[in-house]
Design a protein around this ligand. Structure first.
Ligand code: SF4
Ligand code: SF4
Length: 83
């Protein structure tokens, strides 16, 4: 499942550099997560790094992008290769 950024975002900029997949970018008004790139940090970290650093806790799971752990791992392999 991808994560999403809600309109509580205060544009503090701290999440963007933490994402190992470059899935976070500044949108028209607030930061956005590209669901095709977000793996919940599977393959890189045990916890979603953006959620860890967000000071206002505005990065929940996106129910419209449901994925299993296997699917998230496959996404990681596709982007970064196997190892
Ligand atoms: S959960 Fe991980 S991969 Fe997804 S947007 Fe946050 S930092 Fe990036
Ligand atoms: S860390 Fe949270 S508040 Fe800061 S830019 Fe990212 S989503 Fe917005």
């Amino acid at each position: 499942m991808s994560l999403m950024i809600t309109d509580e975002c205060i544009n503090c900029d701290v999440c963007e550099p933490e994402c190992p997949n470059d899935a976070i970018s500044q949108g028209a008004e607030i930061y956005e997560i590209d669901p095709s790139k977000c793996t919940e940090c599977v393959g890189h970290y045990d916890e979603p790094q953006c959620q860890q650093v967000c000071p206002v806790d505005c990065i929940p799971h996106d129910p419209s992008h449901q994925e299993s752990q296997d699917e998230l791992h496959a996404k990681y392999i596709k982007m970064h290769g196997s190892k």
